[in-house]
Design a protein around this ligand. Structure first.
Ligand code: PEP
Length: 258
């Protein structure tokens, strides 16, 4: 049984006051949910990914809580002369357990290729982080019936550099680009179809990979979370806009409880 995982991606939002308040409120909500649950494992795992500069503050605010900290990106190199970049070891040192790689905003705005995303994934896993590898098609690709081809290409690149022992720390996020920040969500059927396809590709690559969690991302909100999360291959959510309001984010976490 795969435990559900809900990850908040704050993108380039927030300041110190917001970080302290939002982390405290979410930590409190998750603690209450665990106290209410007959089985604590039925409550979704939760992680928050603030901007890099707010990670140490979030880690302090979430210390002794059930909420993990993650980052939104990492450099592909282990260390070196790469001004402005942040390494996987630095993220670990600052309290991160997760890192998102290959988000469509990075692929689009910063021209990240499948090869670079694969390098970042391998570097993150080597440092002991759980890598949340994003994949997903644009609307033009979906309309051209190329969703599976695009997702398979993105996935194959990331999987190629991963040793079997690392699958335990690999998370896939299916994020149709047209659904991110748009208010338009994939239907539960569309999402489940894509997740099932990803699960099949993972299994074909390595049976151990089939146990990876596959998150859905793209305008997941309290109103649509339960219907999405009810599907067999949807193991949680990667949440953007709704992660900036504690009540919305906690409602999604509660919808993910099994
Ligand atoms: C995201 O940033 O990964 C995301 C899914 O954003 P939103 O929930 O706002 O669509």
């Amino acid at each position: 049984m795969r435990r559900k995982l809900v990850v908040g991606n704050w993108k380039m939002h927030g300041d110190q006051a917001m970080t302290t308040a939002l982390c405290a409120e979410i930590a409190r909500g998750v603690k209450q949910a665990i106290a209410r649950a007959a089985d604590p494992a039925s409550v979704a795992e939760v992680a928050l990914c603030p901007p890099h500069i707010l990670i140490p503050l979030a880690a302090t605010a979430l210390a002794d809580s059930e909420v993990a900290v993650g980052a939104q990106d990492v450099d592909a190199h282990a260390n070196g002369a790469f001004s402005g970049q942040i390494s996987a070891d630095m993220l670990v040192d600052s309290g991160c357990r997760y890192v998102i790689v290959g988000h469509s905003e990075r692929r689009t705005h910063y021209h990240e290729t499948d090869a670079l995303v694969a390098q970042k994934t391998a570097t993150a896993l080597a440092a002991g982080l759980s890598a949340i590898v994003c994949c997903g098609e644009t609307m033009a690709q979906r309309q051209a019936e190329r969703t599976e081809q695009v997702v398979e290409r993105q996935l194959a690149a990331a999987l190629d550099g991963i040793g079997a022992a690392d699958f335990a720390n690999l998370v896939i996020a299916y994020e149709p680009v047209w659904a991110i920040g748009s208010g338009v969500t994939a239907t539960p059927t569309q999402a489940q179809q894509a997740h099932h396809f990803i699960r099949q590709r993972l299994a074909a690559h390595n049976p151990r990979a089939a146990t990876c969690r596959i998150l859905y991302g793209g305008s997941m909100k309290p109103q649509n979370a339960a219907a999405l999360l009810a599907n067999a291959d949807i193991d949680g959510g990667l949440i953007g806009g709704a992660a900036l309001q504690a009540s919305d984010f906690l409602a999604i976490c509660n919808a993910a409880a099994t």
